[in-house]
Design a protein around this ligand. Structure first.
Ligand SMILES: [Zn+2]
Length: 189
Protein backbone atom coordinates (compact mmCIF):
# COMPACT_ATOMS: atom_id res chain seq x y z
CA UNK A 1 0.00 0.00 0.00
CA UNK A 2 1.61 3.23 -1.16
CA UNK A 3 -1.02 5.91 -0.70
CA UNK A 4 0.47 9.38 -0.41
CA UNK A 5 -0.88 12.82 0.43
CA UNK A 6 -2.69 14.26 -2.56
CA UNK A 7 -3.78 10.90 -4.02
CA UNK A 8 -7.31 10.90 -5.42
CA UNK A 9 -9.53 8.26 -3.77
CA UNK A 10 -13.09 6.99 -3.97
CA UNK A 11 -15.40 6.10 -1.07
CA UNK A 12 -14.41 2.65 0.25
CA UNK A 13 -10.88 2.73 -1.17
CA UNK A 14 -8.28 1.26 1.20
CA UNK A 15 -5.84 4.03 2.08
CA UNK A 16 -3.83 2.33 4.82
CA UNK A 17 -3.80 -0.23 7.59
CA UNK A 18 -4.48 0.45 11.25
CA UNK A 19 -0.87 -0.41 12.19
CA UNK A 20 0.25 2.55 10.06
CA UNK A 21 -2.27 5.30 10.75
CA UNK A 22 -5.15 6.45 12.87
CA UNK A 23 -8.17 7.34 10.77
CA UNK A 24 -8.97 11.02 11.21
CA UNK A 25 -11.40 13.17 9.22
CA UNK A 26 -13.60 11.27 6.71
CA UNK A 27 -11.59 8.07 7.07
CA UNK A 28 -12.58 4.97 9.02
CA UNK A 29 -11.22 1.67 10.28
CA UNK A 30 -12.83 -1.36 8.66
CA UNK A 31 -11.41 -4.51 10.26
CA UNK A 32 -7.85 -3.19 10.30
CA UNK A 33 -8.03 -1.42 6.93
CA UNK A 34 -8.35 2.35 6.84
CA UNK A 35 -10.83 3.40 4.17
CA UNK A 36 -11.95 6.66 2.60
CA UNK A 37 -15.50 7.70 3.51
CA UNK A 38 -15.89 10.17 0.67
CA UNK A 39 -14.51 11.11 -2.72
CA UNK A 40 -11.46 13.29 -2.23
CA UNK A 41 -7.73 13.51 -1.75
CA UNK A 42 -5.60 11.88 0.93
CA UNK A 43 -3.95 13.98 3.63
CA UNK A 44 -1.36 12.23 5.82
CA UNK A 45 0.06 13.73 9.01
CA UNK A 46 3.39 11.90 9.39
CA UNK A 47 4.00 13.31 12.84
CA UNK A 48 0.65 12.43 14.39
CA UNK A 49 0.37 9.29 12.20
CA UNK A 50 -3.15 10.20 11.16
CA UNK A 51 -4.79 9.98 7.75
CA UNK A 52 -7.71 12.10 6.53
CA UNK A 53 -9.64 12.74 3.35
CA UNK A 54 -10.14 16.24 2.03
CA UNK A 55 -13.52 16.02 0.30
CA UNK A 56 -13.69 16.92 -3.35
CA UNK A 57 -16.60 19.12 -4.29
CA UNK A 58 -16.99 20.33 -7.82
CA UNK A 59 -14.34 17.81 -8.81
CA UNK A 60 -14.47 15.03 -11.36
CA UNK A 61 -17.81 13.43 -11.91
CA UNK A 62 -18.33 9.91 -10.65
CA UNK A 63 -21.18 7.76 -11.89
CA UNK A 64 -23.61 6.01 -9.57
CA UNK A 65 -26.17 3.22 -9.89
CA UNK A 66 -29.29 4.58 -11.60
CA UNK A 67 -27.48 7.22 -13.67
CA UNK A 68 -28.34 7.48 -17.36
CA UNK A 69 -25.33 7.40 -19.64
CA UNK A 70 -24.66 7.84 -23.35
CA UNK A 71 -22.07 5.83 -25.22
CA UNK A 72 -21.05 3.94 -28.29
CA UNK A 73 -20.96 0.18 -28.83
CA UNK A 74 -17.30 -0.73 -29.40
CA UNK A 75 -17.44 -4.53 -29.47
CA UNK A 76 -19.81 -7.49 -29.29
CA UNK A 77 -18.38 -10.52 -27.54
CA UNK A 78 -20.57 -13.56 -26.96
CA UNK A 79 -23.06 -12.57 -24.30
CA UNK A 80 -21.87 -8.99 -23.87
CA UNK A 81 -21.88 -5.67 -25.65
CA UNK A 82 -18.96 -3.41 -24.72
CA UNK A 83 -19.65 0.30 -24.49
CA UNK A 84 -17.44 3.35 -24.48
CA UNK A 85 -19.30 5.68 -22.12
CA UNK A 86 -19.02 9.26 -23.39
CA UNK A 87 -21.28 11.29 -21.12
CA UNK A 88 -23.96 11.19 -18.46
CA UNK A 89 -27.41 12.77 -18.45
CA UNK A 90 -26.93 14.33 -14.99
CA UNK A 91 -23.97 16.51 -15.93
CA UNK A 92 -22.37 18.37 -18.79
CA UNK A 93 -18.98 18.12 -17.11
CA UNK A 94 -16.30 15.60 -17.98
CA UNK A 95 -16.53 12.23 -16.22
CA UNK A 96 -13.95 11.22 -13.61
CA UNK A 97 -12.85 8.14 -15.50
CA UNK A 98 -12.73 6.77 -18.97
CA UNK A 99 -15.34 4.22 -18.02
CA UNK A 100 -15.35 0.70 -19.46
CA UNK A 101 -18.89 -0.58 -19.58
CA UNK A 102 -20.68 -3.77 -20.59
CA UNK A 103 -24.26 -4.83 -21.16
CA UNK A 104 -24.96 -8.49 -20.53
CA UNK A 105 -27.47 -10.14 -22.88
CA UNK A 106 -29.88 -10.67 -19.94
CA UNK A 107 -29.94 -6.89 -19.32
CA UNK A 108 -30.70 -5.73 -22.87
CA UNK A 109 -34.51 -5.98 -22.89
CA UNK A 110 -37.45 -7.48 -21.06
CA UNK A 111 -37.92 -11.04 -22.30
CA UNK A 112 -35.63 -13.34 -24.24
CA UNK A 113 -32.93 -12.15 -26.62
CA UNK A 114 -31.35 -14.88 -28.69
CA UNK A 115 -28.13 -13.10 -29.60
CA UNK A 116 -26.56 -9.79 -28.73
CA UNK A 117 -26.28 -8.81 -32.42
CA UNK A 118 -30.10 -8.75 -32.56
CA UNK A 119 -29.94 -5.70 -30.27
CA UNK A 120 -26.72 -3.81 -31.00
CA UNK A 121 -24.09 -3.37 -33.69
CA UNK A 122 -20.64 -1.82 -33.39
CA UNK A 123 -20.87 1.95 -33.77
CA UNK A 124 -24.42 2.31 -32.43
CA UNK A 125 -25.00 5.26 -30.11
CA UNK A 126 -26.96 4.15 -27.07
CA UNK A 127 -28.54 5.36 -23.86
CA UNK A 128 -28.35 3.02 -20.86
CA UNK A 129 -28.86 2.89 -17.10
CA UNK A 130 -25.97 2.12 -14.73
CA UNK A 131 -26.71 -1.01 -12.65
CA UNK A 132 -23.30 -1.56 -11.05
CA UNK A 133 -20.17 0.54 -10.51
CA UNK A 134 -16.78 -0.77 -9.49
CA UNK A 135 -14.36 2.13 -9.82
CA UNK A 136 -14.05 2.65 -13.60
CA UNK A 137 -16.04 -0.43 -14.63
CA UNK A 138 -19.77 -0.25 -15.20
CA UNK A 139 -22.54 -2.72 -15.78
CA UNK A 140 -25.37 -1.25 -17.83
CA UNK A 141 -28.98 -2.14 -18.62
CA UNK A 142 -31.16 -1.06 -21.53
CA UNK A 143 -34.41 -2.69 -20.33
CA UNK A 144 -36.10 0.68 -19.80
CA UNK A 145 -38.12 1.84 -22.90
CA UNK A 146 -36.08 5.05 -23.12
CA UNK A 147 -32.83 3.07 -23.10
CA UNK A 148 -31.38 1.34 -26.13
CA UNK A 149 -30.14 2.49 -29.52
CA UNK A 150 -30.47 6.25 -30.16
CA UNK A 151 -28.70 6.33 -33.51
CA UNK A 152 -27.58 3.54 -35.82
CA UNK A 153 -26.05 3.18 -39.23
CA UNK A 154 -26.85 0.50 -41.78
CA UNK A 155 -24.25 -2.27 -41.72
CA UNK A 156 -24.43 -2.51 -45.53
CA UNK A 157 -24.32 1.10 -46.76
CA UNK A 158 -23.43 3.12 -43.60
CA UNK A 159 -26.45 5.44 -43.89
CA UNK A 160 -28.39 6.44 -40.77
CA UNK A 161 -31.36 4.15 -40.25
CA UNK A 162 -34.92 5.20 -39.38
CA UNK A 163 -37.54 3.84 -36.98
CA UNK A 164 -40.27 1.50 -38.16
CA UNK A 165 -43.52 0.46 -36.49
CA UNK A 166 -41.62 -2.49 -35.02
CA UNK A 167 -39.79 -1.41 -31.81
CA UNK A 168 -37.14 -4.08 -32.44
CA UNK A 169 -36.27 -3.03 -35.96
CA UNK A 170 -34.73 -0.20 -37.97
CA UNK A 171 -34.95 0.50 -41.68
CA UNK A 172 -32.42 1.87 -44.17
CA UNK A 173 -34.08 4.24 -46.64
CA UNK A 174 -31.07 4.09 -48.96
CA UNK A 175 -30.70 0.35 -49.53
CA UNK A 176 -33.95 -0.98 -48.08
CA UNK A 177 -32.25 -3.17 -45.50
CA UNK A 178 -33.99 -3.97 -42.20
CA UNK A 179 -31.90 -4.66 -39.10
CA UNK A 180 -32.78 -5.75 -35.60
CA UNK A 181 -32.00 -3.47 -32.68
CA UNK A 182 -33.16 -2.74 -29.13
CA UNK A 183 -34.46 0.66 -30.16
CA UNK A 184 -34.90 3.42 -27.55
CA UNK A 185 -38.18 5.34 -27.62
CA UNK A 186 -35.88 8.38 -27.85
CA UNK A 187 -34.46 7.21 -31.21
CA UNK A 188 -33.18 10.31 -33.00
CA UNK A 189 -34.17 9.70 -36.63
ZN1 LIG B 1 -28.42 0.65 -46.13
Amino acid sequence: MNVKSGDFVMPGDVIGVSEQFLPDKLAYDDGGYIKAAVLGTVSIDDFAKTISIIPKSGGPNVLEVGDKVYGQITDLRGQRALVHVQSAQKTSRELAFSYMAAIHISQVKKGYLEKITDAFRIGDIIQATVTKVSKDNLDLSTKNPSDGVLKAICTRCRAYMVKTNNPNELYCEICGRKEKRKVSDQYRC
